[in-house]
Design a protein around this ligand. Sequence first.
Ligand code: FE2
Length: 394
Amino acid sequence: MSAKEAYITGIKRAFGETPYAKWLKDEGVAVYEGFSVEDVRDLEMAPWPRVGGNAVFITLYAHMEANIGLYLVEIPPSASLEPERWACQKILIIEQGMGSTEAWQEGDSRKHVFEWGKGSVFAIPTNARHRMHNLGREPVKFMVMNSAPQIMRGFNSADFIFNCPFTFREQYSGDDDKYFVESNTKYRRGRLGFHSNAWETNFISDAWGAQLQESMKAYGNMSNSFRMANKTYGGTIHEWPAGRYHQAHYHHPGALLHTLRSEGFVMLWPYEAGMRPFESGLGDEVVIEPFKAGGLYSPPGNWFHAHFNTGEGPCRQIAFFGGTGFGNVAPRREGRDGEEFNETHESVSDGGRAIRYWQEDPEVRRLYKSMLDDKGIPFDMPDSLFERPAEVPA
Ligand SMILES: [Fe+2]
């Protein structure tokens, strides 16, 4: 059995016993299960009486591992969904169409109304009442990532999510007129060159068009790491040029990668297979999963993964990281310049979680080049990236 098959078999067995898996059956909704999704907009949907629209629940294996919920909903032209209230975190991305959301706290007469279109991303404050409206002539499709499976598991109750009377005013007072307005609060996290570009905002108007800043996760990469819902839920929008790829790295399970533009593949392998899996005879543990615009995938926990662009233009993806505040408190580490140590971008050999280009298995680059050759797209990374820097001892 391959590493991928063993992972799928094991996680499905464990997931089947969770309250969320049982709730999906009781709710009677359409479910898509898989390692990845080719194009989320093409998934077949079925009526979901609770919200009054068509929907499909997407159970990716790494989301089973991470206790993360994901679904796609459709609102017919000029129609509205039922009002909703979920005692968990919800983050949305609009895949197509235009519309508005009303949001309010229980007992308040005042409602916030904000408009959105394709590419808008926003978080619904925990347990706030909200209602989605389609204001256009085409169906609206939006995707929701949520922490319902974790809450259901922790309290061993699915009903709690939909019947919790508590109003979390600390998170959303109901009076904040700027809550659903895109903010410009941006700052660097980590030392220059190994940093993330943090962006604190509860609303992004267009993930396809958002301006990004330089970062070094891929050669020539641009990114912005948004933090929503009081910094508990966030993600990254990143874009990198044709003929280039990301450094491999690993982290907790459940990050959702959604390709917005171009195509390529993700290469993944378990941490135990090491930094150079091909060289150490473990090449058959390496998984190569193609992606294209509209696609979804989620790397299993502690699997190295790297994204490769094989399209003709820049590749843009949005990643959502599930977070709840219920996890352990990770000790904050100070980096060599006194800034916060950015684990995902620092090398494994420095105590981080990334493999520098010069440290990686040469077979990775060879495979990528051969795939680019097949498509007639030039490889666009200088040899110097793959040479050990003079200051690093052999
Ligand atoms: Fe990642």
